[in-house]
Design a protein around this ligand. Structure first.
Ligand code: NAP
Ligand code: GCO
Length: 266
């Protein structure tokens, strides 16, 4: 068998959470190209419908479900429905996430909790729901979408950094606890990606100038540009495939070199 077949996802069922658009959509599309059957969820029916249409436009017959990943009862029901209607989940990508950019001392405990709920509690809830069937099946792949903020802090993102730092350690703990069942749990740490989540950081200013943060991130990225969601597809296919069976508990930073670079001198 040629080595490249190790990267195939033929015959595999992948659940990507929050994948109507953005990074989740790009990763699910790459999985489909590699042969996987795509299942995704979003919090609103209208977004699920929008996502289904977008997948169809790319020739991908995805299955979409409405589910709030922070609600354990909904998640348990979702996984049972997928197992009945599609099959046992081989690959889980915990992608759904939110961010609230508020200075910490001005942030309400409720806002802080909401970010932790979606970005950290939900990956726990969804992983807990899919692991038993992965154990029975004898294999599984879990990919947690971490962040630069799994390693670095910055003003106004305290809740998000706490969640993504915790997600890095949840990744390592799932690896430690379930590696014996041939389940590999790794993370992808994207750099700064052009999606709706970062759109406010790239907005052209009223005077037509570049957003200061846009300038800042370009200076912190060796390639001097924002990354595209599609650039996460290859690393995600690798971590979802047999080619990464010996990789476990690893956070693969797909950041264009940001973590390695002090930044361009102004
Ligand atoms: P995005 O454009 O905001 O998309 C996030 C997705 O998650 C949306 O489909 C959203 O659905 C869904 N979602 C949010 N809360 C949910 C919930 N409770 N239940 C189900 N779905 C929910 O974000 P993105 O930029 O694609 O980011 C995707 C992931 O990558 C996130 O975990 C983010 O933290 C991470 N990340 C992003 C970047 C970046 O630069 N963009 C970099 C590093 C890591 P709704 O539209 O209905 O809310
Ligand atoms: C921010 C951005 C980042 C990115 C990403 C970087 O406000 O700094 O939203 O947090 O979303 O997580 O890896």
């Amino acid at each position: 068998m040629s080595y490249v077949n190790n990267f195939s996802l033929e015959g595999k069922i992948a659940l990507v959470t929050g994948a109507s658009y953005g990074i989740g959509f790009a990763i699910a599309s790459a999985f489909a190209d590699a042969g996987a059957t795509i299942v995704f969820n979003d919090i609103k029916q209208e977004l699920v419908d929008k996502g289904l249409a977008a997948y169809k436009e790319k020739g991908i017959e995805a299955k979409g479900y409405v589910c709030d990943v922070t609600n354990e009862a909904q998640v348990q029901e979702l996984v049972a429905k997928i197992e009945k209607e599609v099959g046992v989940i081989d690959i889980l990508v915990n992608n759904a996430g939110i961010i609230k950019r508020i200075p910490m001392t001005e942030m309400s405990a409720e806002d802080f909790r909401q970010v932790i709920d979606v970005d950290l509690n939900a990956p726990f809830i969804v992983s807990k729901a899919v692991i038993p069937s992965m154990i029975k099946k004898g294999h599984g792949k879990i990919i947690n979408i971490c962040s630069m903020m799994s390693e670095l802090g910055r003003e106004t993102v305290s809740a998000y950094a706490a969640a993504k730092g915790g997600l890095k350690m949840l990744t390592r703990n799932i690896c430690s606890e379930y590696g014996q069942y041939n389940i590999q749990c790794n993370g992808i740490g994207p750099g700064y990606i052009e999606t709706p989540q970062t759109a406010p950081l790239r907005e052209t200013q009223p005077d037509g100038s570049m957003h200061p943060f846009d300038k800042f991130i370009r200076a912190k990225t060796p390639a001097n540009r924002w990354l595209k969601p599609e650039e996460l597809g290859g690393p995600a296919v690798f971590l979802a495939s047999d080619a990464s069976d010996a990789v476990n508990g690893h956070i693969l930073y797909v950041d264009g070199g940001i973590l390695a670079y002090i930044g361009k001198q102004p």
